[in-house]
Ligand binder design. Structure first.
Ligand SMILES: *[C@@H]1O[C@H](CO)[C@@H](O)[C@H](O)[C@H]1NC(C)=O
Ligand SMILES: *[C@@H]1O[C@H](CO)[C@@H](O)[C@H](O)[C@H]1NC(C)=O
Ligand SMILES: *[C@@H]1O[C@H](CO)[C@@H](O)[C@H](O)[C@H]1NC(C)=O
Ligand SMILES: *[C@@H]1O[C@H](CO)[C@@H](O)[C@H](O)[C@H]1NC(C)=O
Ligand SMILES: *[C@@H]1O[C@H](CO)[C@@H](O)[C@H](O)[C@H]1NC(C)=O
Length: 949
């Protein structure tokens, strides 16, 4: 009995204590939850509305999960659009909590320093996809298995203490701005299975000690700046099935030990600096599904051993120096879907039966040295989307059975030696949107062939030997680019071309066309580029051309046109480039618009004179453009092409003055801003000009509370500065004055509070990048279209763009003129401008395109790889998934709508960086396009571009 009674007492006491304990625990948990709630600043969806302290139990609160003792076990508020700052470590201290999930919200600010505490019971912590900043705190949680801090703005180094988290199975720190090296201590976390440090700014090598992490299944270290060789010890991680080291600076050879990773399914080493041959052991990894070694400097041949990769679906070896034959073994890989071997040195024929026993969707062997014929089984899978074989030495015909390949979307066979007639079935492919067979030896009369291609956007047949009438049955309502130039077409231009509502570019040059230019073309309201040169066209320049809303480039040269040049053509605002040379035109040349600064060569061979130019006097040559280009490098692109500018100057304090400085020197000084004229003295100007840090780094000088920046210019440009004060635009740093003495000349600019785009670019969201792109485009439009003559930017680079506190970009200067050389060696200068050391609008557009590519991809053009950023972007844009080119920072934060905008923006950027400068749009069109892309959620349907190489 006594025993029983004692038991009962013990039981009672136990229950009592449990009750008291849990009461007080519940009180503490309630406090901690409420403290968390108080850190939420904004809860737009009202998710936390039922977090009511008077409720019977918090276990009913949304997002709170309790265990069977009514203690909080999980807190999951993911993707609830919560804005907040975690001021205390409250929820991390919940005594029984195992799971905390705050992911995909709008938390910002630093996280509490003490969240990693050895007394914490958390096992699963997900704070990904927020906007947390600051360092990752040190300390550790012994039981933590899963830590996901990805896609935030964490900076600083990865703390050494990471090595103490011995329980880690999953660690994702990707998509932050972490710097420094990968701490060796991390290799102590031997239980780790999943490791992602991708998309940071990590440097240094992969620690050799990585071989200790025997449980690793997944390694993703891409998009950092890691260097050195890939450690051979990686071959000891035999559980690995996914190894991704892309976009780093790894050098040396691929270690042959990778061949020991028998379970490897995904091996991604693209965009590094790897050299040597691919070790044969790699071709024994039988489970490989995707092998991507593209964009390295790998060489040697691909052995027939590759036949062992029977599970391979994707093989990317492009952008290397591989040589020899394409292995026949590839024809026996039954799952092979994507084969991209472009930009290598492969030679010999394409394996005859390629495609017959594969499952091909994408075949790209372009830019190699391949000979022989196009195999006729490439579309046997019935799934082929892209057939890209341009820039080889392929000959013979286009296989007949491609004509029935209904899946085909993109066909690029240009720059080969193909020679055949174009099958009439080939002109009825339902899904093809891009068809380029230019620069081959194709022939035949295709005038009566019916082109029934509802998806077609781009068609180039140029540089072949097609003859007869121009094709007139084009049932291609989406056609934007039509290039039939360089053939032997004769007859007249079919009025039916006027029924192509989307046409942007029409090139019929270098044929034998006769007759007049049909008025029907006036219906092509989107036409930007019209080239009818080198034909035998007669009649007048049709007046409708002056009413084309976006026509920017018009080439009518080398025809038999007669009559006068319509005066209104000089008022066509969009027109940037005109060539009417070598016709029989007479009378006066318009003196405005595109004709104002027209090159002599674009009008010679006629009987023209007058206009704004001295009557029938020779036109000025373009030497002054070079001067302007140079002065621009120091003038913040604001140099004004002398003539044509009115100088109206009303206010007295803004008049040109002559003053003596304290040192006795005489200065001419003019302000364009009355505040400046009241505050800034010549003494301050000369003082600040002496301080290099000011003119170089864009630091300001303060004169009686007025902040300004001084830039020195060569005195000889003084005379070009008339009217420069009129260049005022919200996206251009304002010029506030100019001055000169016998020895020097300076321009004065307002000081703009902000950061250089180059400094902040990598951390900007898509929304902010969008705003910047639009702002720069507007500035460019202003300088090119609304100034007469237009003003050039010169060196358009993120170093010259200040982003102010409201995220408005402002074009600004940095470098004083140090001669042409420096200016023209900037990687943002268009190749043709670099070559001839002369700028024009289209070169500016190129620079703008590069800045856009940088904003989209996070990749800056580099000196050593001039042009390659553009080529890479162009290729990737057209033939890879968005993920492969877009800056991971914007990708991770962008919605689907934004993805469409990003794609459309990239499209435009590639347009702007077209190798052929005449194919680049003008600034007004760029702005228009951007505005419509950013207004609609899905962007443009698919502005394509003429060529990518
Ligand atoms: C992210 O945080 C930074 C710095 O705290 C802030 O400037 C920015 O506006 C935040 N962005 C978003 C999308 O919340
Ligand atoms: C790894 O752990 C061992 C044993 O706990 C310790 O002695 C060593 O210092 C750790 N190494 C690193 C690099 O942290
Ligand atoms: C890449 O590595 C090479 C050779 O180690 C080095 O010269 C270069 O500066 C590195 N590039 C970057 C961007 O770190
Ligand atoms: C071929 O590819 C398709 C997807 O494009 C896939 O569904 C199918 O299973 C593949 N067939 C083979 C034999 O791999
Ligand atoms: C292309 O192949 C031919 C032989 O087929 C060879 O003579 C030539 O050197 C190769 N060119 C290049 C650039 O590899």
């Amino acid at each position: 009995m006594a025993n029983k009674g004692a038991n009962a007492v013990v039981l009672f006491v136990f229950m009592f204590f449990t009750l008291v304990l849990s009461e007080s625990d519940h009180g503490e948990e309630l406090e901690l939850l409420l403290s968390f709630k108080s850190s939420i600043i904004h809860d737009p969806s009202g998710f936390l509305l039922n977090w009511d302290p008077s409720a019977a139990t918090f276990c009913q609160w949304r997002g709170v999960g309790c265990n069977n003792m009514s203690h909080v076990e999980t807190l999951d508020v993911s993707a609830k659009n919560l804005y907040g700052i975690l001021v205390s470590s409250s929820v991390f201290r919940l005594p029984f909590v195992k799971t905390v999930n705050l992911s995909s919200n709008r938390f910002s600010g630093e996280i509490p320093r003490d969240i990693f505490s050895s007394t914490s019971s958390i096992r699963f912590l997900n704070m990904s996809n927020n906007n947390f900043t600051g360092k990752i705190p040190s300390g550790f949680i012994p039981d933590l298995e899963v830590l996901d801090l990805s896609n935030n703005m964490f900076s600083g180094k990865i703390p050494e203490e990471i090595g103490l988290f011995s329980g880690f199975k999953f660690l994702d720190l990707g998509g932050n701005v972490l710097s420094g090296k990968i701490p060796i201590s991390i290799t102590n976390v031997t239980a780790l299975e999943y490791l992602t440090l991708a998309s940071n700014q990590l440097v240094g090598q992969i620690p050799h000690e990585i071989s200790k992490m025997m449980n690793l299944k997944w390694i993703y270290l891409g998009y950092n700046n890691l260097s050195g060789e890939i450690p051979k010890e990686i071959g000891g991680l035999t559980s690995l099935y996914h190894l991704d080291l892309v976009y780093n600076n790894f050098t040396g050879e691929i270690p042959s030990s990778i061949g020991n990773l028998r379970d490897l399914k995904y091996l991604f080493l693209y965009q590094n600096k790897l050299t040597g041959t691919v070790p044969n052991s790699i071709f024994g990894l039988e489970k490989l599904v995707s092998l991507d070694l593209s964009d390295n400097s790998l060489s040697g041949e691909i052995p027939e051993l590759i036949i062992q990769l029977q599970n391979l679906e994707i093989l990317h070896l492009f952008g290397n120096r591989f040589s020899g034959k394409i292995p026949n073994a590839l024809t026996s890989l039954p799952h092979l879907q994507v084969l991209q071997l472009w930009s290598n040195r492969f030679s010999g024929g394409i394996p005859r039966s390629l495609g017959r026993r594969n499952n091909l969707t994408v075949l790209d062997l372009s830019t190699n040295n391949l000979t022989g014929r196009i195999p006729d089984g490439v579309c046997s899978s019935g799934r082929l989307l892209k057939l890209i074989l341009f820039k080889n030495k392929l000959e013979g015909d286009i296989p007949m059975n491609l004509s029935t390949c209904a899946s085909l979307q993109r066909v690029r066979l240009q720059n080969n030696h193909l020679s055949c007639e174009l099958s009439s079935v080939f002109t009825k492919l339902p899904s093809v949107y891009f068809l380029d067979v230019s620069n081959n030896n194709l022939y035949g009369d295709i005038g009566d062939q019916i082109w029934d291609m509802p998806s077609l956007e781009m068609l180039s047949l140029s540089g072949n030997r097609f003859s007869g009438k121009l094709p007139h049955s084009l049932i291609t309502p989406k056609l934007e680019f039509l290039d039939l130039s360089g053939n032997e077409f004769s007859g007249t231009i079919p009025p039916r071309f006027g029924t192509l509502p989307e046409l942007i570019q029409l090139s019929l040059s270098e044929n034998k066309l006769t007759g007049e230019i049909p008025d029907a073309l006036s219906s092509c309201k989107k036409l930007v580029y019209l080239d009818l040169s080198h034909n035998q066209l007669i009649g007048q320049i049709p007046p409708f051309l002056t009413d084309m809303p976006v026509l920017g480039h018009l080439d009518l040269s080398e025809n038999e046109l007669s009559g006068e040049v319509p005066a209104k053509l000089g008022k066509t605002e969009s027109l940037v480039q005109v060539n009417i040379s070598h016709n029989h035109l007479t009378g006066a040349l318009p003196s405005t618009g595109a004709f104002l600064v027209i090159n002599e060569s674009a009008v010679i061979g006629n009987d023209l004179c007058g206009g704004g130019l001295p009557p029938c006097k020779k036109l000025k040559n373009r030497a002054w453009w070079v001067l302007i280009a140079c002065s621009l490098s120091s003038l913040l692109f604001l140099a004004v092409a002398s003539f044509g500018f009115l100088f109206i100057n009303g206010r007295n304090d803004l008049k040109l003055k002559r003053i003596e400085n304290e040192d006795g020197s005489i200065w001419e000084l003019q302000f364009f801003d009355s505040m400046a004229s009241k505050s800034v003295t010549i003494h301050d100007i000369t003082l600040s000009a002496k301080d290099e840090a000011i003119s170089f780094k864009g630091k300001s000088w303060v004169s009686n509370d007025f902040q300004f920046i001084v830039s020195s210019i060569p005195s000889r440009f003084w005379s070009e500065l008339t009217g420069i004060d009129k260049l005022q635009h919200p996206n251009i740093v304002k010029l506030i004055g100019k001055c000169r003495s016998e020895k020097s000349a300076y321009l004065l600019y307002e000081y703009v509070e902000g950061k250089l785009l180059s400094e902040i670019l990598r951390n900007l969201s898509w929304e902010r990048r969008r705003k910047i792109v639009i702002g720069i485009a507007k500035a460019l439009r202003f300088l090119h279209s609304y100034c007469s003559p237009s003003v050039l930017v010169g060196d358009m680079s993120p170093e010259r763009i200040i982003v102010d506190a409201k995220d408005e970009p402002r074009l600004q200067f940095i470098l004083p003129c140090t001669g042409n050389k420096r200016f023209f060696s900037s990687p943002y200068i268009a190749p043709e401008a670099r070559e001839i050391k002369e700028m024009n609008e289209k070169a500016d557009i190129y620079g703008f395109g590069l800045v856009m590519i940088e904003l989209l991809t996070g990749k800056a053009p580099s000196y050593s790889e001039l042009g390659t950023t553009v080529e890479w972007a162009r290729y990737c844009y057209s033939d890879c998934h968005l993920d492969t080119w877009v800056d991971p920072i914007i990708k991770n934060h962008a919605s689907i709508d934004n993805h469409n905008q990003i794609v459309a923006a990239m499209n435009l950027a590639l347009h702007c960086t077209a190798a052929d400068h005449t194919a680049r749009p003008c600034a007004a069109d760029v702005t228009k396009t951007l505005q419509s892309v950013f207004r609609t959620s899905y962007g443009l349907p698919g502005l394509t571009f003429p060529s990518h190489v």
